[in-house]
Ligand binder design. Structure first.
Ligand SMILES: O=C(O)[C@H](O)[C@@H](O)[C@H](O)[C@H](O)COP(=O)(O)O
Length: 230
């Protein structure tokens, strides 16, 4: 079943609370939830709120499986730019998650997902160019898990994460096919600079030029702050 639920929050703090509520409710309903986990800046306050709830004994994530969404090519585990490292530090460890699926290569990843029985939830951020993970435009809905060159626009947006360090130019990403097969998708969007692309994703035509526009084929919840929508 597909359908879009739009949840507009007054500010980024309440966006994080609403996102944590949404994710926590799904974990309570299915404690062995399998979750595709975005890094990037937008979800971090929500992950911190989930970690607070775990530490307070309000939420148990010990049976959850965390699945890696994307990674730069040629970056070792101890490199500060490792997206695996970012996911482990921000989500896996603070939530007490024991099981993970790492994205190493397309064949390994697809086999691991099959063994897992698919994804229950995909937590996603929205690229300024409409990308999901590193499914850069143009990405059709059947774009598979693959390695690719990061677009100049995403190199600029990713530079904000790493200070003086250069952004690697290659990446591997879970495919559009993997994301769109998730039982539910959650798109987290904050900031006025995302307004146009958010409207394109939610209201514009479905097009490979805006990969996020295909999320409407899934059971999609968008949680955004007011400036990203108004
Ligand atoms: O980092 C990731 O996991 C994704 O590769 C990326 O798709 C990200 O979610 C968007 O680029 C939005 O990033 P922000 O949340 O930092 O705006």
């Amino acid at each position: 079943m597909s359908g879009v639920t739009l949840n507009i929050q007054p500010d980024t703090g309440q966006l994080a609370q609403a996102a944590a509520d949404h994710i926590a409710a799904q974990i309570r309903a299915k404690p062995d939830l399998s979750i595709l986990v975005a890094t990037g800046n937008t979800p971090m306050p929500a992950y911190a709120e989930l970690a607070r709830r775990v530490a307070a004994g309000e939420l148990d994530c010990s049976r959850v499986t965390a699945v890696q969404l994307d990674e730069y090519l040629g970056v070792s585990d101890d490199d500060p730019r490792s997206l695996w490292g970012w996911m482990v530090r921000s989500f896996v460890e603070p939530l007490g998650i024991a099981r993970t699926v790492r994205l190493e290569n397309p064949a390994q990843f697809e086999a691991a997902l099959q063994q897992l029985g698919g994804l229950d939830l995909a937590i996603l951020g929205l690229g300024p160019n409409g990308h999901l993970g590193f499914n850069e435009p143009p990405s059709p809905p059947d774009a598979p898990t693959r390695t690719l060159e990061i677009t100049p626009e995403s190199l600029v947006s990713n530079a904000a994460y790493w200070g003086e360090l250069a952004v690697p130019t290659g990446a591997i990403t879970a495919g559009m096919d993997v994301i769109l097969a998730a039982c539910q998708t959650l798109l987290l969007v904050g900031g006025a600079h995302k307004r146009d692309i958010l409207h394109a994703a939610v209201e514009g035509p479905e097009t490979p030029e805006v990969p996020a526009s295909f999320l409407r084929r899934t059971t999609l919840t968008v949680i955004a702050d007011r400036v990203a929508w108004a």
